[in-house]
Write a protein that binds this ligand. Structure first.
Ligand SMILES: [Zn+2]
Length: 193
């Protein structure tokens, strides 16, 4: 999970008429999270597969009044969205990448996501949203292995100038628009510093 910036709602009239899935608004949420799930940072292959996520659940007895509130919407993959379901803890809310920097509460180490500094909300976010589920561990491992091969290739280059240029190029893989960027960034910091 990485910090996201919420854009202005492009089509507030749709929300006012009780439509939270309007394509213009969904597209804006997609762009804001770099075409990735706001929680697990996996690319969502087709916008139809993406869910408009209610950060505070819209279920009866929860926060139905926030069902059409822009600041309560996000872009999530079906797996995170289903795992989160209608859960929400008032005293220990899930980490919300639109409202805070997740890197204050969560840290990527290897293929695992951990809470930071004993952060209870981080722990709860990881366990309830299943952010170390097997398919994510596998994706992270593949991504890191591929990235490691590129780092190795850089270090095997005899020319210092070429190596530095290649490493600078690789740095782009840690940018926020790349899949699982938190994990790649963490790996890069530990292995190519
Ligand atoms: Zn996800």
């Amino acid at each position: 999970m990485i910090r996201l910036i919420r854009p202005a709602c492009p089509h507030p009239a749709a929300l006012a008429s009780n439509n939270y899935k309007h394509p213009l608004n969904k597209e804006a949420l997609k762009i804001a999270s770099h075409d990735k799930c706001m929680y697990c940072e996996c690319k969502i292959s087709h916008i139809d597969f993406a869910h408009v996520e209610h950060i505070k659940p819209k279920a009866e007895g929860k926060y139905p009044e926030l069902a059409f509130t822009w600041s309560n919407l996000g872009y999530a993959c079906p797996k995170c969205n289903n795992a989160k379901s209608d859960n929400y803890h008032v005293d220990t809310p899930y980490i919300n990448p639109y409202d805070e920097d997740p890197e204050n509460s969560l840290v990527a180490y290897g293929t695992f996501l951990f809470s930071k500094n004993g952060c209870e909300r981080g722990d709860l976010t990881i366990s309830d949203l299943k952010l170390n589920r097997p398919d994510l561990l596998e994706k992270r491992q593949l991504r890191i292995q591929e990235f490691k091969s590129s780092i190795d290739a850089c270090f095997r280059t005899s020319s210092r100038v070429l190596r530095e240029a290649a490493l600078a190029e690789l740095q782009k893989e840690t940018e926020t628009d790349k899949e699982l960027s938190l994990f790649v960034k963490s790996f890069m910091a530990l292995n190519a510093a």
